[in-house]
Design a protein. Structure first.
Length: 364
């Protein structure tokens, strides 16, 4: 690898179909970056081994969702000719690197990770947290470091994880010499995309809460979900002044709509800003705003649905894309691990100087 190489690594846990929060949080940006021509290599993976840390008694859930996520990836525009799509568990080098990284991190440091704290509370783990889940920042660091990623496009909630990865890589390089690459985080440019709330106004989309709009939802399903979306509980009459803060419909419009779409579907307004001003002044009903959102989401999701339907016609071909991606990914990770073992001086059988030294020592 030359120092000038720009490499992206990013991925998702295959615990369910991907939703529009995933799309605006990272998927859309991944496709843009893939097509920008600014990066030498792009790796996108399904973290199935990580998904098993809190689904170890239900591996079938993860197994079934590997294909769901792959279909979502391809439907959104990830191109196997430009991006390497692979499955985490098929790259054993990642486990080896995680094992070495564990010696570079303290338990107290993992406990301070705010993302880990949030995930523990969300899953009600408390003291019964599986060790594998507790150490997933280390696993994630190994995923990134094994591919020498320079850029990791993720949502805002993953920022503490990236910082932990940088700390681990920095410490490894300090002890063993300059071997691995410290990654940089790439957050969504649109602040509304940093973390899209659920349709019920809750802080995070979650399958268990039933507040997601999935990329694979039919047009009718999307419309039904938008109609029930949380808006402003104080906006009882059309004439009442409305509030934008915490209003999920406008949060979604911020994330998805363009002024051109607003002018097309609501000709009374030249921009979303004008529509917001009318809403806060009073005289604009929630349903008109929801109808605009339905149209905007349809523009985004219909091409994705159509591409997904095409890929669904040949599932063996999708698995073949993943298999070929795994072969490329494993070759890359294996090359990194050769460098890691050499730096750590545990490449015993390739170290001729060591063998010669020991021969002289015992040949006296």
């Amino acid at each position: 690898m030359t120092p000038k190489e720009k490499i992206i690594l990013t991925g998702d846990r295959p615990t369910g179909r991907l939703h529009i929060g995933h799309y605006v949080g990272s998927l859309r940006r991944r496709v843009e970056l893939q097509n920008s021509g600014q990066f030498d290599k792009i790796f996108v993976f399904e973290a199935d081994a990580q998904a098993l840390t809190d689904n170890i008694e239900n591996p079938e859930k993860v197994r079934q969702n590997v294909i769901e996520v792959a279909l979502d990836y391809l439907a959104c525009g990830l191109d196997p000719q430009k991006s390497t799509l692979f499955i985490q568990s098929q790259i054993p080098e990642l486990c080896e690197l995680s094992f070495y990284f564990m010696d570079l991190v303290s338990v107290s440091r993992l406990q301070r990770n705010p993302t880990v704290k949030t995930e523990i509370q969300m899953r009600n783990f408390e003291a019964s947290i599986p060790v594998g889940f507790f150490t997933y920042p280390i696993s994630q660091a190994a995923d990134i470091a094994a591919f020498k990623a320079t850029t990791v496009p993720v949502g805002e909630d993953q920022e503490p994880m990236l910082e932990q990865c940088r700390e681990i890589v920095r410490r490894f390089n300090y002890i063993y010499g300059d071997t691995l690459v410290e990654p940089n985080i790439l957050l969504p440019e649109n602040s509304a995309c940093l973390r899209l709330p659920g349709t019920d106004g809750k802080a995070k989309m979650s399958k268990s809460l039933g507040n997601c709009i999935y990329l694979s939802d039919s047009a009718d399903e999307v419309c039904r979900k938008v109609k029930t979306m949380y808006t402003d509980p104080t906006h009882l009459q059309v004439s009442d002044p409305g509030h934008l803060e915490g209003n999920t419909v406008f949060t979604y419009l911020d994330a998805f709509s363009t002024d051109e779409q607003v002018k097309t579907y609501c000709p009374d307004y030249n921009s979303l800003a004008e529509m917001k001003e009318h809403y806060t002044r009073g005289g604009l009903g929630d349903m008109k705003c929801k109808k605009l959102l339905m149209s905007v989401l349809h523009d985004t999701l219909e091409p994705i649905r159509q591409r997904r339907a095409e890929y669904e016609k040949d599932i063996p071909a999708v698995y073949d894309i993943l298999k070929k991606g795994c072969e490329v990914a494993r070759e890359t990770a294996a090359a990194t691990m050769d460098e890691v073992r050499r730096a750590m001086k545990i490449n015993y059988f390739d170290d001729n100087a060591l063998i010669e030294e020991q021969s002289k020592r015992y040949g006296k």
